[in-house]
Design a protein. Structure first.
Length: 64
């Protein structure tokens, strides 16, 4: 799911400590640096929210 990054989202990420990247997902294999479900990780890996204009959220994301 594509989501626009604006100041409101940036503030909410900081205030609520929101997690949204592969590195925070229960399915992420940190040792192998890959998704345990076989999905590509590049679009969902750590992003600089200050520079981003949109984020691509993974529908398989589960907080790990």
């Amino acid at each position: 799911m594509k989501t626009l990054v604006d100041e409101r989202l940036r503030d909410e990420v900081r205030v609520f400590a929101l997690r949204y990247t592969c590195e925070s997902c229960a399915h992420y294999d940190a040792e192998g640096q890959r998704c345990g479900n076989g999905y590509p990780t590049e679009p969902h890996r750590a992003r600089d929210l200050e520079a981003a204009c949109e984020l691509l959220f993974c529908k398989q994301f589960e907080l790990g």
